[in-house]
Ligand binder design. Structure first.
Ligand SMILES: CC(=O)N[C@@H](CCC[C@H](N)C(=O)O)C(=O)O
Length: 377
């Protein structure tokens, strides 16, 4: 006889099929709301804001509030896992594991809807972690004002760790990010008459190569930083010189000072390209709310001690990673910690074949039920 599928793995598979890009998570929002409103409501209060959902589990005393945050958006990736429950939305995929994050949060909320603690527990289902800093948007709109947690916690799946491994560190866990958009405008023309045109594929390619030297020549190698350009669009066909090119990318740094330095150098390089290729470069650099994720000492040390003592957890001391996370913005406002949850996938985050091991879901729910129970009592 086939064993029954764990209900939160089933939920993960449902959510995996309907990934949506940040701020457009309408089906995801509806799925989450259907589930949440079907739970026992005695201790629950719910706020909806755009596609976000905030649920408070009222504590008996409510002297403080502990927060748990999950993100809910997907990525513009065409899924290639071949899974029977693969995305039904073309060119959209939960390639960053937010389906797993949501099902764990629902598992925890299910438990706490029937196990009231002394203190309040707030669950934030947050949109647009990947593209528009949903955490910042809702914080700045005052959505969390009445229920702002005294401590905030969140996890992120980590394909490089095994199921059962949990990793984090005190201090900077993830980098701060700044997005790059660059549009190059020159003059199109016939492939055979380059002297009568102004080729933006050549100009933009120089920009791509030159900004990489910022990493090798301007950044202190001990501190480190990243520049990645993820898109490069130009041209229409092989025998027409392209008069336009557009690039998008991201700068990753560990300090605001380094971010400022790199942004300044990117601007200078863009200006130099304008001079040497006699073209226009429209450059937009945007930091949004992707501050470095800085885990606070007291809360993270307590979390690490808890994980080290838990029989089902193999705690791993994690190095700082150059991933970004807008949870950094919320941790700038209130103490707390983010940590990696091992899901053991041969393909990494943002890959079209990323496929987390689902056993991590019930395990995380069990461990985090105990952690949050300790926190609210
Ligand atoms: C965990 C993760 O993969 N997060 C994203 C966050 C993106 C931030 C921003 N939109 C950017 O592109 O820099 C990441 O790419 O690290």
């Amino acid at each position: 006889m086939m064993s029954e599928l764990n209900p939160f793995i089933k939920i993960r598979r449902d959510l995996h099929q309907i990934p949506e890009i940040g701020l457009l998570e309408f089906k995801t929002h509806a799925y989450l709301m259907d589930y949440i409103t079907a739970l026992p409501q005695e201790y629950l209060e719910i706020i909806e804001w755009e596609t976000a959902i905030i649920v408070r589990v009222r504590g008996k005393v409510g002297a403080k509030t502990i927060g748990w945050r999950t993100d809910i958006d997907g990525l513009p990736v065409s899924e290639e896992t071949g899974l029977p429950f693969k995305s039904i939305h073309p060119n959209q995929m939960h390639a960053c594991g937010h389906d797993v994050h949501m099902s764990i949060a629902l598992g925890l909320l299910t438990y706490f809807s029937e196990h009231q603690g002394q203190n309040h527990l707030v669950f934030l289902f947050q949109p647009a972690e990947e593209n528009a800093s949903g955490g910042k948007l809702l914080y700045d709109a005052g959505v969390l004002d009445a229920w702002m947690p005294d401590e905030f916690y969140a996890l992120h799946v980590q394909p490089n760790l095994k199921v059962g491994q949990i990793g984090t560190k005190v201090g900077t866990l993830f980098a701060g990010t700044c997005t790059i958009q660059a549009k190059f405008s020159g003059k199109s023309g016939h492939a055979a008459y380059p002297h009568e045109a102004n080729d933006m594929i050549v100009a933009a390619s120089q920009f791509v190569n030159q900004i990489q030297t910022i990493i090798s020549r301007n950044v202190d190698p001990i501190e480190g930083a990243v520049i990645t350009l993820g898109t490069f669009h130009a041209g229409t066909t092989g025998n027409i010189i392209s008069g336009e090119a557009s690039l998008t990318g991201t700068i990753r740094t560990l300090t605001p000072e380094m971010s400022r330095l790199m942004q300044e150098r990117v601007r200078q390089v863009a200006h130099g390209i304008e001079q040497s290729y006699q073209c226009q470069v429209e450059l937009i650099l945007e930091q949004g709310g992707y501050y470095p994720v800085v885990n606070t000492e007291k809360e993270t040390t307590a979390l690490i001690d808890f994980m080290k003592d838990h029989s089902k957890v193999d705690f791993i001391s994690s190095p700082t990673a150059m991933t970004g996370e807008d949870f950094g913005y919320l941790l700038d406002k209130t103490p707390g910690a983010m940590f990696w949850l091992g899901v053991d996938s041969p393909y990494g985050l943002h890959h079209s074949m990323m496929s987390p091991k689902e056993e991590a879901i019930p395990l995380a729910i069990e461990v985090l039920e105990a952690f949050l129970t300790m926190k609210i009592n």
